[in-house]
Design a protein around this ligand. Structure first.
Ligand code: PMP
Length: 416
């Protein structure tokens, strides 16, 4: 498995089996196989317990609810569902997105919402709008592997900012901004996942949210608040999103992938007015319009099914899985530090400094367990002794078995 972890762009020269190798644009050098993607092939073998991917537990969504919504859409609005539509998204769904957003304390008008093909596309569009090669993007250390991939593909300079169990550290943010500015770099935005972080599993505290906003406001730095997991909380809701207190300096990204189903590929961005217009133009140039069929099925589902109860069901499923993983970690690997997420899909495990989770992975797969090595979540080669453990997809029994197998692998590596 070949995996690039360096932030440096490789030149498009040299020999390669691809006859077009030397023709690619420079930005294509940032497109390399992500460690997560390369893992999927191995981890999807049925005998392997995969704690690697972040796949939602779609089996907890009754399929008849989806079938009913699809049938109604085709019966009543088939000609609209099968047609091209608005580049900004169908107004009916944008209304519903505002209802979902109101649950998180965000108010806005339907004009502020841009529907995208998953929040992944919103990340791509925002980066396309703002990043020239070499521009700085500030991102937590670690950060979402799919965002790092997008940022690299636009040749951004990704600068990591330290976090702890309370999320991004404001002093570390101040230092990073001062350092990059004094080096003459142009900082375009802060990318942050404040709730149930992927991969770290931590949540930014309310007071730090205020502080981060204050720093970014005074430094003139735009905030990209990526919040696909905010409604998947266990004990109680996380602190209010940054977008709920600040309209002008924040682009908020949301998604139906975790509260409904990722297969429909529907997410959204809520952006300041001027940026929103640019986002729509960029979306139109990328895909003309998001899928009308997907948007109408989700609208129908939200109108006719008890989607709030369904989100509660998801919460229960994920909380049970998290508790199982936590219990197994405490029982089998009591000396290792791990995070304890209040929601979302992930636990971040720290091994002794001298261990390398990427090198350890083939041995883990031999023991029939897979995880994502920490380096996948850093643009600078960091995270060697860390790993992300996903509890979202495997059943509780599989999780226990997976952690037992992982313990065998780790104990075989640790100097006792
Ligand atoms: N942001 C984060 C932090 C994620 O974890 C994910 C999915 N794993 C995404 C964005 C993309 O989600 P989607 O495109 O399915 O909305």
């Amino acid at each position: 498995m070949e995996v690039h972890v360096s932030n440096q762009q490789t030149p498009n020269t040299g020999t390669n089996l691809d006859p077009w190798y030397s023709n690619y644009a420079d930005r294509a050098a940032g497109l390399s196989v992500s460690e997560v993607r390369a893992l999927f092939a191995v981890a999807s073998r049925p005998e392997v317990v995969s704690l690697a991917g972040g796949m939602p537990a779609v089996s907890a969504l009754p399929q008849d609810l989806v079938v009913t919504a699809m049938n109604r859409v085709m019966r009543d609005e088939g000609s609209i569902a099968l047609q091209y539509g608005s580049g900004q998204g169908v107004p009916r769904l944008r209304e519903h997105i505002l209802e979902v957003m109101a649950m998180e304390g965000i108010r806005g008008s339907v004009d502020d919402v841009v529907v995208t093909t998953g929040s992944q596309q919103a990340l791509d569009l925002v980066t396309k709008l703002f990043i020239n090669p070499g521009d700085v993007i500030l991102a937590e250390a670690p950060s979402y592997v799919g965002a790092i991939g997008v940022f690299r593909s636009y040749q951004a300079d990704i600068v990591h900012v330290l976090m702890d169990d309370d999320g991004l550290i404001p002093d570390a943010l101040r230092e990073a901004i001062a350092r990059e500015k004094s080096a003459g770099k142009s900082i375009k935005f802060l990318y942050t996942i404040p709730n149930f972080h992927n991969p770290a599993g931590v949540t930014l505290t309310a007071s730090r949210r205020d502080e981060v906003m204050q720093i970014c406001r005074s430094e003139g730095i735009l905030v990209i608040e990526d919040n696909p997991y905010g409604l998947i909380y266990f004990d109680g809701p996380p602190p209010a999103p940054m977008r709920s207190t600040e309209d002008e300096g924040v682009i908020y990204l949301g998604s139906f992938s975790k509260t409904f189903a990722p297969g429909f590929r529907v997410g959204w961005a809520i952006a300041p007015h001027a940026i929103r217009e640019k986002l729509v133009l960029a979306a139109e140039s990328a895909i003309l319009c998001p899928s009308a069929f997907s948007q109408l099925v989700i609208s129908e589902y939200l109108e006719t099914a008890d989607w709030r109860a369904q989100i509660n069901t998801f919460r229960g499923v994920y909380e049970e899985r998290k508790n199982t993983m936590l219990q197994a970690l405490n029982e089998y690997l009591p000396d290792l530090h791990h995070t304890n997420p209040d929601g979302g899909f992930y636990i971040w495990l720290t091994l002794p400094d001298y261990l390398d989770t990427k090198q350890m992975l083939p041995r883990a797969v031999k023991e029939l367990v897979a995880y994502t090595p920490g380096t996948a979540f850093y643009a600078d080669g960091g995270g060697r002794n860390k790993m992300r453990l996903s509890f979202c997809y495997p059943t509780p029994d599989q999780i226990r078995l997976g952690i037992r197998r992982l313990t065998t692998v780790i104990n075989g590596e640790i100097d006792l």
